[in-house]
Unconditional design. Structure first.
Length: 280
């Protein structure tokens, strides 16, 4: 397991997994999904552990995929092939990454996401795979790449908030504050930033008093309800479309602009009405 990107610790019946790339806002590297899955499996293999807490080092939870690596650098790079592109090459990696994120969903030990700062783009994919999401009240969550260059591969949005709000969020790419995320039932709870640690600790300790087999049974039955609604089929389509979005004419044009002006400015343009990206 890549200890530099993922930290793992235990205290009693609680395992804590920390996304540990604070110098890049805990952005997702090529290997982070696999290292995250390895940490989840480590907790599941430890018979003393009842519950997992997932958090991020530094100022936020996770800012999504590392666009410094995957958008600013010229093709070919991971996620941006030379044209004509092979969609199956893209799908193989992105499906593998999605399955790694879904290890949180499949984990027989419940997972609490402790979100501070931001859970944006691929970071929201990770957070929403967790069983319970608790956010600091000043934190943000959303999927801005829905505007261009992305489709949420775990696609938990519709399953969590329903048709109306999933469309409102993904047809605009708007980012939500924690209060709104609670109001639309995207997440479980928003608490003052100073209390985030103590609230999550208390919740984890409460869950840890339940036998592991009871926790697994409840989680498996609840998850099955959503899997019967076609969750995996939705994810398969979303993962394919994520690749299409990065190799569409607009996706190619946006990546070329990122290479010219840098990812920070290009993201600001992407998210601003009337900016050059909005005309693509």
């Amino acid at each position: 397991m890549g200890e530099q990107e993922i930290l793992y610790s235990t205290s009693g019946r609680v395992a804590t997994i920390t996304l540990n790339r604070p110098h890049r806002m805990n952005s997702i590297s090529e290997t982070l999904p696999m290292n995250l899955q390895a940490a989840v499996e480590r907790a599941n293999d430890d018979d003393t552990i009842h519950v997992i807490v997932l958090t991020g080092a530094g100022n936020g939870f996770c800012s999504g995929w590392d666009l410094k690596e995957f958008a600013e650098k010229p093709r070919p790079v991971l996620g941006s092939q030379n044209m004509p592109w092979d969609p199956i090459i893209d799908y193989r990696y992105m499906n593998k990454a999605t399955e790694c994120f879904m290890s949180l969903w499949r984990s027989l030990k419940p997972v609490i996401a402790k979100v501070h700062g931001f859970a944006i783009a691929g970071g929201s994919d990770i957070a929403l795979c967790c069983d319970i999401v608790v956010m600091a009240d000043d934190a943000k969550i959303g999927y801005p790449p829905a505007r261009i260059w992305g489709c949420p591969t775990t696609f938990m949005w519709a399953h969590r908030v329903g048709l109306a709000w999933a469309k409102r969020i993904l047809l605009t790419g708007d980012v939500l504050d924690a209060k709104t995320a609670v109001d639309i039932k995207l997440i479980n709870q928003a608490v003052p930033k100073a209390q985030l640690g103590s609230v999550v600790d208390a919740l984890a300790l409460r869950i840890a008093t339940v036998p592991k087999n009871q926790l697994a049974m409840q989680k498996l039955v609840i998850n099955q309800t959503f899997e019967d609604m076609g969750l995996r089929n939705t994810q398969r389509l979303a993962t394919f479309f994520d690749g299409v979005s990065r190799h569409s004419p607009e996706g190619i044009a946006w990546k070329e602009r990122v290479e010219r002006i840098g990812v920070k400015r290009a993201i600001t343009e992407r998210d601003t009405d009337g900016a050059p990206t909005a005309k693509l």
